[in-house]
Design a protein around this ligand. Structure first.
Ligand code: ADP
Ligand code: MG
Length: 271
């Protein structure tokens, strides 16, 4: 069994981020070290102001203990970190680790804007952190922020991917996660043959936790040795299942993250 470190927010209510990554990666046969970067009473979409605990004083104690206990991880996934200080703490710990795979979802914005509470210093901290990554999973907004490219409707995908690629170590991949092509939503990345795309038909609506779940699935598949292309194909198929299941539930409360039952069954049938 492979041991994976997952660092992102733990929102008690809402079923996203760490709460979604845990079942997904457990179903994929990983031992999961679930490291909250911050604690929230709910996620930040639709519940009002959550009660938040900044874990910046706890994280160094965790890393010290793990070092004493001689814990080692084979894979890592970093999602929402949320402060420059916590980015630096994670970075300092991760440089001491010999991970076979590190995936970073540089969560910091959407629809052309940084999320509230973030600034240029945070973008700079994320640029530092992604230097450690084997794969990064920005959305279009985050890719533009990382690459210092203006966000426009007329997206130059090859240029944006190439600009992000320059921030990473040799051999690492940038995968942009919210690319629309015709009526499909999916992922785009660069190979020597040009821009590649895999996607599935876009279903109606917007759902919480799709990006977090996608990142967990992609990391789990890559860690199990699937190629980047195959991992992205399966991840998009499974997210489509999750969104379709969520739609079929006709939820009266749209705040809860995407349904994970069908996606977990799909993972288990993979064997
Ligand atoms: P987030 O904004 O949470 O980071 P994204 O919008 O990047 O999430 O979506 C992540 C993935 O979830 C997409 O690549 C796609 O596979 C799936 N997805 C998201 N929204 C839809 C939708 N409306 N219909 C079908 N699939 C979707
Ligand atoms: Mg995302």
């Amino acid at each position: 069994m492979s041991s994976i470190l997952v660092a992102e927010d733990l929102s008690a209510v809402g079923g996203i981020s760490l709460s979604a990554a845990l079942p997904v990666l457990t179903a994929m046969d990983y031992q999961v070290a679930a490291l909250p970067t911050t604690l929230l009473s709910t996620h930040t979409s639709g519940y009002g102001q959550p009660a938040v605990v900044d874990l910046a004083t706890w994280l160094p104690q965790v890393f010290k203990h793990w070092t004493t206990a001689q814990l080692a991880f084979q894979q890592g996934l970093i999602g929402y970190v949320g402060s420059v200080e916590r980015c630096q703490l994670l970075q300092d710990y991760l440089v001491t680790q010999k991970l076979a795979l590190l995936v970073i979802d540089p969560v910091m914005g959407d629809l052309g804007k940084l999320y509230t509470g973030f600034d240029d210093r945070y973008v700079a901290a994320m640029r530092q952190l992604v230097q450690l990554a084997d794969v990064i999973l920005p959305n279009v907004t985050e890719a533009c922020l990382l690459a210092s490219v203006p966000y426009t409707e007329a997206l130059n995908l090859p240029q944006l991917l190439a600009a992000c690629q320059k921030l990473l170590k040799p051999g690492a991949h940038v995968v942009i996660t919210d690319v629309t092509q015709n009526d499909q939503i999916g992922c785009a990345w660069l190979t020597p043959d040009g821009v590649q795309f895999v996607g599935e038909p876009r279903l109606a609506g917007h759902y919480n936790g799709t990006g977090d779940t996608l990142a967990a699935v992609i990391t789990g598949l890559l860690g199990r040795g699937f190629s980047l292309t195959r991992s992205l194909e399966l991840a998009n198929q499974w997210l489509h299942i999750a969104v379709a299941e969520t739609l079929s539930e006709h939820r009266s409360d749209g705040r809860q993250g995407v349904a994970l039952g069908g996606l977990l069954r799909a993972i288990l049938t993979l064997g």
